[in-house]
Ligand binder design. Sequence first.
Ligand code: SAM
Length: 240
Amino acid sequence: MRFDVVSAAPEVFSGWRTTSMLGRGQSAEAITIEVHDLRGYGIDRYGTIDDSPYGGGAGMLLKPEPLAAAIETAQGGDPAVPVVLMTPQGERFCQGIARELADLPRLVLVCGRYEGIDERVREHLVTRELSIGDYVLTGGELAAMVVVEAVARLVPGVLGDLESVADESHSEPLLEYPHYTRPAEFRGERVPEVLLAGHHERVRLWRRQEQLRRTLERRPDLAAHWRLSDEDRRLLARIL
Ligand code: SAM
């Protein structure tokens, strides 16, 4: 999968883009991440990319001509490539949307700045608007990183072990079970005995039970979306 990010602050992405999972995913050619510098599309000899809003008011806006040109370049000349605008006014990003996006071959992500972008670019070029939460950031760069990371780790070949994605929080409407590593005792607290005994089926059942327990304790709202198996019902009865 290919991600093309349009940003007026491309330097923000440099270390992040090549670190850890994203670096390995690119080396394995499972994903490509390109960052397009909006400043390279500025109009006039000063390379202007922003202007004051019609009607007055505080702040500046990203001008339509440079932004439209950068987005079209990022689409590689194919207007069918989806364009996601990062905005606090968008649909709330979640694991379900990450799964949908991970099925796409290409995606353009647009980072706003200042007060945002000219409305006509949104109308003509943007196909989806995503927010990472109900708060306001200075620019869309961190939001775009959140989306790229959450989507990229679902693309086959990016993570070594696809199993780890299946068990994770939010892959179902459940949180993950607690984890322990060596030593078996830390500050007087022992690792649950079931994990030390090496009985795979008991470990599996304990983990499932702890997923249900943890979700009920921390995110009871997720329980409305559960589709429980008979085994889940038995485990739940034990917890309750
Ligand atoms: N004036 C805008 C408003 O009230 O909706 C906020 C603009 S914000 C200062 C600048 C840019 O940061 C936005 O254009 C957007 O790209 C990005 N941004 C800020 N908060 C965000 C959020 N919660 N999710 C996604 N992007 C966000």
